[in-house]
Ligand binder design. Sequence first.
Ligand SMILES: [Zn+2]
Length: 151
Amino acid sequence: MLSLTRTTAPEILEALSHSRFRARFHLSDKLLAYAREKNDVLAEHARKLLKERLAPVRLHGNDGRQTPMKGHPVFVAQHATALCCRGCIAKWYGIDPARNLTSDELEAAVQIVLTWIARQVQSAPAHSAQKARRTASGAAGAVSGKQLSLF
Ligand SMILES: [Zn+2]
């Protein structure tokens, strides 16, 4: 069992890489471009999204549907790192879904998500970066996607 606060982010990502389901998540060119462009504020976004959607106990029975599959790099990272819902957090990290995450756990989750995004950005081939820049500048006028326009 992984621990959010006692297992390091690289160890957690290593363990997740053996899950076929988790390993199939990747950032699209558009989200890679967004992650590069918004690098300075990604941590802030991750903290806000996880704090609002994940840290509190879900009172209305909609756990498992609070994290979209796309629309923001943090959302994709959450699915890739089993930090998408309290059910997955319980299964992978052994945290009781009936209690709120502690601030230490929340911060650890933020760091795991950010580490996953940073690795996606680093491992993206150069041609994908160029293509993504074109995509990003092309989409800038149109404000691409509802989720991105949140920020
Ligand atoms: Zn989940």
